[in-house]
Ligand binder design. Structure first.
Ligand SMILES: Nc1nc2c(ncn2[C@@H]2O[C@H](COP(=O)(O)OP(=O)(O)OP(=O)(O)O)[C@@H](O)[C@H]2O)c(=O)[nH]1
Ligand SMILES: [Mg+2]
Length: 360
């Protein structure tokens, strides 16, 4: 399962965001480096489509998809060379598939550190870049030598990609914000770089800044450009809301004009950042969202439900969720001849409702 890492300077509110996302109880404290061990949790992926299907099918249970987050130790200027939690944060970041950069904007005299989100982003980028430069320095020569000894074109291409990456990193630009071509970034996969992962920024605003969220996010969004989106969240508020029961939570958030809160949007953006999609199944027993990798074919998706369904896959009956809702349910869709029959090479789409025919 792919994971996102929460990455940020000490006291940015990473653990608070983790708790808001997962309803968890990671240690939150006003002092820096309160997070020492990495904590893993699953954030539910709210899905209005699923709720509609469940009503339509009178499902006894509704099961949402989830996305995994890791709360990582905080970073300070100098982390790449071992300051603060140094290696701990580096190892934590290396193991995740995408990064959520948590940038503090809230003011609080009791909490040390900068409240300028762009400054935080620049510090973070620099530390990640320095760590990548250090790791490539040890890899470059080795890869070149291996390529020569084994007369291996793949290794030679990797060595070239390393040189290209190095040239970018040495200008202080992280790979996620560079114009390095996608195939080159793909060739760097074996180099396990920190800045070669997709990113998303969360700007952590205070309750008193709710009115100016857009202004606070703008410089971060401009800096990232097409590299990733910036979402403003009042993390502390939503972390507190996450501890309440659902009715109270909605009342609190709606009272502040936050709707269902911004955290579900973060979970969705994160899910997409990992290249993940959901297909749906619905019936009286349950309506459920299942996770698959964008581009996956029907048998692979069947295998997400159960390996037997993949092994014995015959065909899938498919309809997009909104059409199903419009037609008033599975039986109606069937009678109307609106269920498509798809075979082994059908690429499942986000929001498809499936029923798998199989035989083992
Ligand atoms: N006022 C205010 N305080 C916040 C907000 N978000 C987090 N905090 C406070 O900031 C401090 C740090 O929050 P944490 O969630 O522990 O931050 P962290 O990034 O996990 O910190 P480390 O693990 O120590 O690197 C805590 O005292 C939080 O209560 C916020 O939106 N507003
Ligand atoms: Mg923490």
């Amino acid at each position: 399962m792919e994971r996102l890492g929460l990455v940020g300077l000490a006291n940015a509110g990473k653990s608070s965001l983790f708790n808001a996302l997962t309803g968890g109880h990671a240690v939150v404290a006003a002092h820096p480096f309160s997070t020492v061990e990495t904590t893993v949790g699953v954030a539910p992926l709210p899905d209005a489509r699923l709720d509609q299907l469940a009503r339509l099918s009178h499902s006894a249970k509704v099961i949402h998809a989830g996305v995994e987050f890791v709360d990582i130790a905080g970073l300070v200027a100098g982390s790449a060379s071992g300051e603060g939690m140094g290696n701990r944060f580096l190892a934590g970041i290396r193991e995740v598939d995408a990064l959520v950069l948590v940038l503090r904007a809230f003011h609080d005299d009791a909490v040390t550190g900068t409240d300028d989100p762009l400054e935080s982003l620049e510090t973070l980028e620099l530390e990640l870049v320095l760590a990548d430069v250090a790791s490539l320095e040890t890899q470059a020569e080795k890869r070149r030598k291996q390529a020569r000894l084994r007369k291996d074109a793949t290794l030679a291409a990797e060595a070239d990609a390393i040189d290209e990456a190095m040239a970018v990193l040495q200008t202080g630009v992280p790979l996620f914000r560079s114009d390095l071509a996608a195939p080159v970034r793909e060739q760097l996969r074996n180099s396990f770089l920190l800045t070669n992962k997709p990113v998303l920024a969360v700007v952590n605003v205070g309750e008193d800044q709710l009115e100016s969220v857009d202004e606070l996010c703008a410089p971060v969004a401009a800096h990232l450009g097409s590299a990733g989106e910036a979402i403003g969240v009042c993390v502390q508020l939503e972390a507190e809301a996450a501890q309440l029961d659902p009715a109270e939570r909605v009342e609190l958030l709606e009272g502040l004009g936050l709707g269902e809160g911004v955290v579900p949007r973060v979970a969705h953006a994160a899910f997409h950042l990992l290249g993940l999609r959901t297909f749906l199944t619905t019936g009286e027993k349950e309506s459920r969202a299942w996770t698959f990798r964008a581009g996956a074919l029907a048998p692979e998706c069947a295998g997400v439900i159960h390996s037997d369904l993949q092994r014995g896959f015959i065909r899938a009956e498919v309809i997009h969720w909104d059409e199903l809702v419009e037609l008033g349910g599975w039986q109606h869709a069937k009678t109307a001849g609106k269920l498509r029959v798809e075979g082994k090479d059908y690429a499942v789409q986000d929001g498809d409702v499936l029923e798998i025919r199989f035989n083992v």
